[in-house]
Design a protein around this ligand. Structure first.
Ligand code: ADP
Ligand code: MG
Length: 693
């Protein structure tokens, strides 16, 4: 059961909704335990046990009904029913019915007793499956006379001997007897603002809606309420961790920083300028930064990182940039070194390949504060790595690092500011739910002049033509990646595939150009060597497993071929595609795929249609669902009872901004109308009672 405060519990004793469900007519001991099994203990629980779907008894025009769809119609009997028996006890009753301008057939199985009751001209209402070709409804339910039921009936998820019919009865009587004991949770101003039903009306509507609109309005209210409560929790958490966490108030050195920015080889995009300001204002504030920076592949996050690290260095601190792979660490270290070449800023690289004396010396310099910016892999978070004064921690491609690793790095300093960067655009709805307690900055603009990567979806039997295409590009001086099949959970097989493709290409292009091979089983020295050869164009075609996925930058590469592309998710395909199109030349991405499923085909099609990572991530979310987006373990997605983060995202946005306004306004913490919301917050255990009332 949920944890609840003592005060709350004693208060609840006075509340009738807190009584056990057995106070409801018809619920004896046995039913009570059946209900307990589905988590329904009190009357209140029963009222909040929402239907998971509805039976629709609306009368519809048959012209609008699809084959095999379920439908309810009302009509006049046109022919005497005929009854036939078969298979001993089984029977089949048929008659014809006039429904509006149609004359249709009705079939009723195993209800022989109906024969005597049905006669010509009688009005009946039937519900059943519509067979368009035979113009027949197979009856599931039949009533005499006009429709007697509600248009919509709730269907509850039940277990054991509990039936949906019984549940309807229990909920019905709970509503009749206790609805007036239900207290409003939403303050009137918000209810008025969004024209939301009262809680009492919404409860009636969610269980026994008068019509479709009633149901829609009931649902709307609960979706908003659910999101608002969730976001209040997030925003309150954010507010209190912020206010209670000591942070570094970095000193401003605007002139030097502006000079650095204007000395960059290119002007910043508007989006880069904006996020730099957002991050800087965190750095200069006394609070500790906890910010997520999202930006599509190639949107220029590295230079943003460089600017804000420089700000930390100017204020007398060190900055660390942690990345998931050695290749990436080296590239970042290289590009940062050249950005800071003319400045008194020491940039160093720390990976597990740096060993022995070199490492010892580096660690000493780091501890003395002689190194200002350090770039590295998880080698950065080893025990013997000590900083002089770490003031800013940035992790790139953050979802690759576990929560634990991020925590360890953060704790290497006193209270360093923390920035997470990710190139996997996270759909906004997911970002504000899973990262709801973080601040989010988004680079939603690409540097000018960037060409769209032309993407083609090609069936595997056209391999020959692709090889010719690669050849043409290489003759122009360009380079190509060939990414090998991903075989789930088998690193071994991945490697074998890459080896096979490598030898096939080596044979095919023999004597014309060099083919490199890259996979996770290579030692880091070997990897570095291959990468260097590719970067220096000593190797023209690089065959690789998905190791190259993250962040690798070889601007001269213009072709990305992905084998078995249907095995990848959209976000990953987009990441891979992001390895090309980094220079000035037109680049191409070729997806070799023969997907069998509709969603597989859909994915390939979308890839050819858009280069926008955010559009793709939203699509990915739609196709895979929120649970799968980050992979099961990492998802951390809250579950909502009624709201759907994908379809109700507008409500989520609204609730988020309302929640932010609420937790930051003094009246929220004082006024009576917000008491139920405050109580909710207290019961989540996030807040200590002292902030409340
Ligand atoms: P990512 O966001 O994928 O990490 P990078 O930081 O690697 O992107 O930037 C991709 C490329 O774009 C780099 O070569 C970088 O120098 C260049 N770049 C970054 N910002 C700009 C800009 N404002 N104008 C032009 N080129 C830029
Ligand atoms: Mg990057």
């Amino acid at each position: 059961m949920k944890r609840r405060s003592l005060e709350y519990r004693s208060k609840m004793k006075e509340n009738k909704l807190f009584q056990p469900v057995s106070v409801i007519k018809g619920i004896g001991e046995e039913t009570q335990s059946l209900l307990n099994n589905i988590g329904v203990e009190s009357v209140g629980d029963l009222l909040e046990y929402f239907p998971y779907r509805y039976e629709d008894y609306r009368l519809r025009d048959l012209a609008d009904v699809k084959h095999e769809e379920k439908v309810t119609v009302e009509g006049k009997v046109y022919s005497e029913p005929s009854l036939t028996y078969y298979d001993r006890k089984k029977s089949r009753l048929t008659f014809r019915l006039i429904v509006g301008r149609y004359l249709i057939n009705i079939v009723c199985f195993n209800r022989p007793y109906l024969k005597k009751k049905i006669s010509i001209h009688l009005t009946v209402t039937v519900t059943g499956k519509w067979d368009l070709h035979r113009q027949t409804i197979t009856v599931q339910e039949l009533f005499f006379g006009s429709q007697q039921k509600n248009e919509i009936e709730p269907v509850y998820s039940v277990r054991g001997n509990l039936t949906v019919k019984a549940m309807r009865r229990f909920v019905q009587s709970a509503l009749q007897e206790y609805i007036n004991d239900v207290e409003e949770t939403l303050p009137e101003n918000l209810r008025k603002k969004y024209k939301l039903l009262t809680k009492q009306d919404a409860l009636k509507g969610i269980h026994f809606p008068k019509n479709h609109d009633h149901l829609k309005q009931a649902r709307r209210r609960f979706v908003y309420e659910e999101f608002l409560l969730f976001q209040l929790k997030m925003q309150a958490l954010r507010k209190f961790t912020r206010e209670h966490s000591k942070g570094i108030k970095h000193k401003k050195h605007e002139e030097l920083l502006q000079k650095f920015i204007s000395d960059l080889p290119f002007p910043l995009t508007g989006a880069q300028k904006r996020v730099v300001q957002e991050i800087l204002s965190d750095l200069y504030s006394p609070y500790r930064m906890n910010r997520l920076l999202q930006g599509d592949v190639g949107s220029g996050k590295t230079v943003v990182a460089a600017i804000v690290m420089y700000a930390a260095v100017l204020s007398g601190y060190q900055a660390a940039l942690m990345v998931p792979t050695e290749i990436l660490a080296e590239q970042h270290a290289d590009s940062l070194s050249s950005l800071f070449a003319k400045l008194p800023v020491e940039v160093a690289l720390l990976t597990s390949s740096i060993k022995g004396k070199k490492r010892t010396q580096l660690l000493q310099r780091l501890e003395k504060g002689e190194v200002h910016i350090i770039v590295g892999t998880h080698a950065l978070i080893q025990d013997d790595v000590h900083f002089h004064q770490l003031g800013l921690v940035i992790t790139d491609e953050q979802h690759r690092f576990g929560v634990e690793q991020r925590r360890v790095l953060r704790e290497k300093g006193e209270y360093p500011d923390v920035l997470f960067m990710t190139a996997t655009p996270i759909p906004r709805t997911l970002a504000i739910t899973t990262f709801g307690e973080m601040d989010v900055s988004v680079i939603d603009e690409m540097p000018v002049g960037r060409k769209k990567v032309e993407t083609y979806w090609v069936k595997p039997n056209h391999l020959e033509r692709i090889l010719e295409f690669i050849e043409k590009e290489v003759r122009k001086g360009r380079q190509a990646y060939v990414i090998c099949p991903l075989i789930e959970e088998s690193d071994q097989l991945d490697v074998q595939n890459a080896i096979d493709v490598h030898s096939m290409l080596t044979h095919y292009y023999k004597g014309r150009f060099q083919i490199g091979l890259m996979h996770g089983r290579l030692s880091s020295d070997e990897k570095e060597e291959v990468m260097r050869a590719f970067t220096e164009n000593k190797v023209q075609v690089l065959v690789s497993t998905t190791v190259v996925e993250v962040g690798v930058n070889v601007p001269n590469a213009t072709v990305m071929v992905i084998y078995d592309a249907e095995r990848f998710g959209l976000s990953q395909l987009h990441q891979l595609r992001g390895r090309v199109g980094r220079g000035n030349e037109q680049s191409y991405c070729i997806l070799l795929a023969d997907p069998k499923s509709e969603t597989g085909k859909e994915r390939m099609k979308i890839m050819t249609e858009t280069n926008d990572g955010f559009v793709l991530s939203e699509k990915d979310l739609e196709l895979r669902g929120p649970g799968d987006f980050f992979g099961k373990k990492q998802s951390g997605m809250p579950e909502f009872k009624i709201a759907d983060v994908v379809h109700d995202y507008r409500a989520l946005e609204v609730a988020r901004s309302d929640a932010a306004i609420l937790v930051n306004s003094p009246s929220f913490w004082k006024n009576d109308e917000y008491k139920p919301l405050r109580e909710y917050l207290r019961n989540t255990g996030i807040l200590n009672g002292d902030k409340l009332d």
